[in-house]
Ligand binder design. Structure first.
Ligand SMILES: *[C@@H]1O[C@H](CO)[C@@H](O)[C@H](O)[C@H]1NC(C)=O
Ligand SMILES: *[C@@H]1O[C@H](CO)[C@@H](O)[C@H](O)[C@H]1NC(C)=O
Length: 380
């Protein structure tokens, strides 16, 4: 029996040894920064990270983490949703081995509810928990996800909808770009134009605001999908998969500049939602954009100057476990920066950046209303 177990163990190791990942071993901040408030805050602008009891997410396959745990050379595994590895809400392993926003949040509140674990779809509670991301979804679909998130939170009695502080992360838009070229006309109000994109996000966030008091919505800003064409360059295998997965990305009539312009339009739309303050009308709800992807024009490169394919799943489109960890690191580092002074570009090629800590003199989740103070005291 023992020998058989050993053989199985060794086979298991041989098969599963090659997944590259990135953790933040023994990461910690000053105990004062890690502490929760003495009493539960009533304003979204004085929430410490340890006050957050619930984490949720809306998005597409980059939130469902399709292919993140796939082994190199196995593009079929991209149909699998490795939710536990997702940069916004994955809770597989621990922060020591795999960086995600949820794993960072668990350092502040080990009892936080909602992070995903393992492999499965959004309707399998034991895997997804509050990760409502659906592969293939566009911005028009996240209103439905928002309703599902509200229903899921209400269905779980361990969540106190009125009292608990909730963090909802959104990352959407890639699939809108993938079908943008199919619109019958092209302007802001086209079915996949920036104005329509903005309306779709507003609709979803309004559903959250109407149903979820004490909620901070953190939107991971759109990325420039022009970058993906650089990954395709001379990789015919990737190109074939991209035609299947992202039609407009491989449509030659739709130029690199066209792709970039629409992506910039989406970024402006996201910022506009924050600037308009439409979700800052009550004190117990707010909306913040994390724009670190905005200015990135190049895919990550390896030391030899080639595109770093270890950042991507075997379809050269989705992120690998390492890609999710790298992005999770930048997302966290951006979240703790004050609104108005957030990084709008990061170096995806540099894995040594590390996780930063919230400012000791203003240890709150940075929002549009508390960032004035924060900007003066930020010490990172
Ligand atoms: C966009 O184009 C459509 C179709 O040509 C048109 O009906 C609509 O008014 C245009 N919208 C804007 C904002 O220009
Ligand atoms: C990004 O990081 C890589 C790896 O450390 C480095 O070689 C490169 O120069 C950096 N790029 C920029 C623009 O700083």
């Amino acid at each position: 029996m023992r020998l058989l177990a050993l053989v199985l163990l060794l086979t298991g190791i041989a098969v599963h040894a090659v997944i590259k990942d990135m953790g933040a071993p023994n990461w910690n901040c000053d105990p004062e920064v890690m502490a929760r408030s003495k009493s539960v805050p009533t304003s979204a602008h004085s929430v410490r990270f340890a006050d957050i009891k619930v984490i949720g997410a809306l998005g597409d396959s980059l939130t469902a983490a399709n292919g993140a745990g796939a082994e190199p050379g196995d593009p079929l595994a991209v149909i699998l949703q490795y939710r536990g590895l997702a940069f916004q809400i994955g809770g597989d392993k621990s922060l020591d081995q795999h960086i995600t926003l949820a794993n960072v949040m668990r350092k502040f509140n080990p009892n936080i509810i909602g992070y995903s674990q393992g492999i499965g779809s959004e309707n399998v509670w034991e895997v997804a928990h509050l990760n409502m991301g659906v592969p293939g979804d566009e911005s028009k679909d996240i209103a439905k996800q928002a309703r599902n998130l509200v229903t899921a939170m209400k269905a779980h009695s361990e969540i106190d909808i009125k009292k608990d502080w909730k963090l909802v992360n959104i990352f959407i838009g890639a699939n809108d770009i993938c079908v943008y070229c199919e619109d019958k006309y092209f302007n802001a109000t086209a079915p996949h134009g920036p104005t329509t994109f903005e309306k779709n996000i507003i609709k979803a966030v309004q559903i959250l605001k109407d149903n979820l008091p004490r909620t901070i919505v953190s939107l991971t800003g759109m990325f420039n999908m022009r970058m993906l064409r650089k990954i395709d360059h001379k990789k015919y295998f990737c190109e074939g998969l991209h035609i299947y997965e992202c039609d407009c990305e491989s449509n030659k009539v739709f130029t690199d500049d066209d792709i970039q312009q629409v992506c910039f339009g989406y970024m402006d739309a996201e910022k506009d939602i924050q600037t308009q303050g439409i979700f800052d009308t009550t004190d117990d709800f707010t909306f913040v954009v994390q724009p670190f992807f905005n200015g990135i024009l190049d895919p990550p490169y390896a030391a030899n100057g080639d595109v770093d394919m270890t950042f991507f799943a075997p379809d050269c489109f989705h992120f690998s476990a390492y890609g999710h960890a790298n992005i999770g690191m930048h997302l966290w580092n951006t979240i703790i920066q004050p609104v108005g002074a957030k990084q709008t570009s990061v170096n995806l090629s540099d894995p040594t950046v590390g996780l930063h800590c919230p400012s000791k003199s203003c240890p709150f989740f940075p929002t549009t209303k508390n960032s004035q103070k924060l900007r003066g005291s930020f010490d990172s």
